[in-house]
Design a protein around this ligand. Structure first.
Ligand code: ZN
Ligand code: FE
Length: 269
């Protein structure tokens, strides 16, 4: 599958997802109209068969849905997907998803997972391109503001226990799944990660990699689930070092630890 990050607003990413076989496409989280329509126009000029069929929203926040209606009419998309409980909060929503719902984009299989925590109606889109002819399946996940590279979103509506369950669900995807998140927060997330787990060698490795990407003006997305599990403090709530650094009891449950790590991140400069 082809996935193009589209930089929007100050640090958001929308995405253009294309099924290579059928040239059917979707747009994830159009924050605003202009940059998304520009990328859509360029893609369609390069490939007149491209058909942008849908918008997939990860949650209702304005920096993820602000371009919904203008982009939908510009590209001629028919459907706007969001979680069912976001009805009335997502402009133009036509599809009310339940957790586990699946649908297709050409040859791509899309499965949704309800991932409350940042908001109560947050949903992830897990996209699988079937392999075949000796090639393995390829999986990508759009996580919005729930899972960032090396971080997670603020708990605006959900509880630490909900965020923990959502991150566990995402951690269960295939380890080579590529993560595409809603914001370019990776460098500051990694600074926080090294402050709470300074002896984790994976963090230094990923900081060097991200510094190179960002220095060349490229997005840090995507990286794999396996890479993220090696550095993300919110996926490493049982790390002895993180717990010792933040004064979290060794026997505290995972949700309590996540809540304490989230609070430390909220106050991190
Ligand atoms: Zn948000
Ligand atoms: Fe956001």
């Amino acid at each position: 599958m082809q996935i193009t990050p589209i930089a929007c607003l100050s640090d958001n990413y929308a995405y253009l997802v294309v099924c290579p076989g059928t040239r059917k496409a979707a747009i994830v989280d159009p924050s605003e109209e202009a940059p998304v329509n520009k990328v859509a126009d360029e893609a369609r000029a390069a490939d007149p068969r491209l058909s942008i069929e849908a918008i997939w929203n990860t949650h209702h926040h304005h920096d993820h849905v602000g371009g919904n209606e203008a982009v939908k009419s510009h590209v001629g998309a028919k459907k706007i997907y969001g979680y069912q409980s976001d009805k009335g909060r997502i402009p133009g929503q036509t599809e009310l998803l339940e957790s586990g719902d699946s649908f297709e984009l050409g040859d791509l299989k899309v499965r949704t997972i309800h991932i409350p925590g940042h908001t109560l109606g947050a949903v992830a889109y897990v996209v699988t391109a079937p392999g075949g002819a000796g090639k393995p399946d390829e999986t990508a996940v759009f996580t919005g503001d729930t899972l960032f590279l090396a971080g997670c979103g603020r708990l605006f509506e959900g509880t630490p226990a909900q965020m923990r369950a959502s991150l566990v669900a995402l951690a269960g995807l295939p380890k080579d799944t590529k993560i595409y998140c809603g914001h370019e927060y990776t460098e500051s997330n990694l600074r926080f990660a090294s402050s709470v787990e300074p002896n984790n060698p994976n963090i230094a490795t990923m900081r060097a990699k991200v510094a190179e990407e960002r220095g060349a003006g490229r997005p840090s997305v995507p990286w794999t689930l396996e890479e993220d599990l090696g550095v993300n403090p919110f996926q490493r709530v049982d790390s002895k070092e993180i717990r010792a650094t933040l004064g979290i009891a060794a026997d505290a449950d995972d949700a309590t630890a996540l809540g304490a790590i989230r609070k430390a991140k909220d106050n991190f400069k």
